[in-house]
Ligand binder design. Structure first.
Ligand code: FAD
Length: 318
């Protein structure tokens, strides 16, 4: 009886997560919901927990709070799959401005498809070089985000090209993808921080573990240990308490300010875990997102843990 009840709940959670991931990818809803006079303000109240705000000014405030509380920060101007070259250049200007105005200790992350990869690899590289120059000039790291597996080859190629000229450009890899072990081997020969995440995209089973597959945390831990043992600059980016504890154990249960690794969580999702790691001396970073294209991001965060839907309902009514 209990088992049936739990299975039913799990099924409902899995279905809710699937619906949210599908809604996240709806290009039409992404514009219509935030602009809708009734739904827009409700959705914004839900988004506020995870998103700093619409513009860089909002992000600057959140980043300052994070740095004051002893963590490093990262800022991402949200957006993906931009299909207009002029707009991709204008979006790049926002990153360049952010690189000049964010405080020290704050890195910049970006989706290459936000700045041209969905149009042309050369355009993405040209725009990424502008951001790399601006971040290098202001002494901060730049980290390329991971996108769907259909883009992984192109993302890695642009990152490799950037590494020929810069040594501060990192990359994000997804433990879900079966190819990641091989990718890591090559990435460990390049400079720049390697951020390890589980992976947020809908993927076919032949390229990725399902999110509920026990092989996924096992793969994450395996890659995390490879990174930790390599001494390469890296980031363990997860909110999974069990994984964080296991990685901390692998690292000897303590860190120091100049350690090559860091623990990193998304804004509003793991402040307790970040504080616990900071207390043990590990470098820690909180990842702030800003911008008007928050629909996909917020749907993905809710889908990852359907218990967050209850919190979202409370936020919507607040
Ligand atoms: C700094 C950072 C950068 C990122 N950058 C990228 C990127 O570039 N590209 C990308 O694809 N993704 C990125 N992500 C997102 C990442 O891929 C994951 O989708 C996201 O972090 C959720 O996975 P998790 O490892 O945090 O743990 P989760 O799998 O969300 O688990 C967190 C906790 O919730 C529990 N939980 C989860 N679901 C349920 C449920 N249904 N019922 C009960 N408990 C549940 C788990 O047991 C666990 O304790 C990033 C994440 C971070 C932290």
């Amino acid at each position: 009886m209990t088992i049936n009840h739990l299975t039913g709940t799990d099924d409902a959670s899995a279905r809710a997560a699937q619906v949210l991931r599908t809604l996240a990818l709806d290009e039409d809803l992404k514009w219509r919901v935030p602009a809708d006079p009734v739904l827009g303000p409700i959705a914004r109240r839900v988004a506020r927990r995870f998103v700093a705000g619409d513009d860089l000014e909002d992000a600057l405030g959140r980043v300052a709070e994070i740095i004051a509380s002893g963590h490093r920060a990262n800022a991402e101007y949200m957006g993906e799959s931009c299909r207009d070259p002029e707009r991709a250049r204008a979006e790049t200007d926002v990153f360049v401005d952010a690189a000049h105005r964010l405080p020290r200790g704050c890195s910049v992350s970006l989706d290459l498809s936000h700045i041209g990869l969905a149009i042309d690899r050369e355009l993405a590289l040209e725009n990424a070089v502008r951001i790399a120059r601006a971040t290098a000039a202001t002494g901060r790291e730049m980290v390329v985000s991971a996108e769907g597996s259909d883009r992984t080859d192109a993302v890695l190629a642009v990152h490799r090209a950037l590494c020929e000229h810069f040594d501060h450009v990192g990359i994000t890899v997804q433990a879900r993808l079966h190819r990641t072990g091989d990718d890591l081997e090559a990435l460990l020969t390049l400079p720049g921080r390697i951020r390890l995440v589980k992976g947020a995209f809908l993927e076919p089973e032949d390229v990725a573990y399902a999110r509920e597959d026990a092989a996924l945390p096992a793969a994450y831990l395996r890659h995390a240990e490879t990174l930790a043992d390599s001494g390469h600059v890296c980031s363990f980016a997860t909110h999974d308490r069990d994984l964080i504890d296991r990685i901390d154990h692998h690292l000897g249960g303590k860190g120091h300010e100049s350690a090559p690794w860091e623990f990193e969580t998304l804004l509003g999702l793991g402040p307790d875990r970040l504080a616990a790691m900071a207390e043990r001396g590990h470098p820690t970073r909180e990842y702030v997102v800003f911008g008007t294209e928050w629909w996909l991001y917020v749907c993905n965060r809710l889908a990852e843990d359907p218990r967050r839907l209850f919190q979202a309902l409370a936020d919507a009514a607040a």
